[in-house]
Design a protein around this ligand. Structure first.
Ligand SMILES: [Zn+2]
Length: 157
């Protein structure tokens, strides 16, 4: 196999999803969010730290035979807010969606302050956060003001 064929083998998938423009270093977080361990038997390609005009460096994840669910996309937005999701059918991109990080995050993750009102055992309140930065992502709890950094967020996904 020459180099060109090898490249093709890595790049082309027949049906599935290509998640592009993941911030460098977060491909594995994306795999974790998707619940991919490598034991599923599906073809998954991970490319890390490739040069990108938009991001300097980026990661790419390609998953054969799977299209992402909305809640998976919402979680990916938290670790890869600039990502694009390409749905591939029969080797063609049939849909390209840019991930959009909302201004507010509700219910996906919990506040890290143990005294936060959202943690109440009797009447827990659905956690809500304001997105105060997306590069890297930082969230502020709407109830207690605690700031969550990317590490705090990633751990919960
Ligand atoms: Zn809180």
């Amino acid at each position: 196999m020459n180099l060109k064929e090898k490249e093709l083998k890595v790049q082309k998938i027949k049906n599935g999803t290509v998640i592009d423009h993941i911030a460098a270093g977060y491909a594995l977080s994306v795999l974790r969010i998707l619940g991919i361990t490598g034991k599923e038997g599906i073809t998954v390609s991970v490319v890390m730290n490739v040069p990108s005009k938009k991001l300097g460096k980026k990661d790419i994840v390609k998953v054969e035979g799977r299209e992402l669910k909305k809640d998976e996309v919402n979680k990916i937005a938290l670790v890869a807010p600039k990502a694009t999701i390409n749905i591939i059918r029969n080797y063609k991109i049939i849909r390209k969606d840019r991930i959009r990080l909302p201004n507010e995050i509700e219910g996906i993750i919990s506040c890290i302050n143990p005294k936060c009102i959202t943690k109440g055992e009797r009447e827990p309140i659905k956690p809500k956060f304001t997105v105060i930065s997306d590069k890297p992502i930082r969230l502020r709890c709407k109830y207690c003001g605690t700031i969550l950094e990317i590490d705090d967020i990633e751990k919960q996904l």
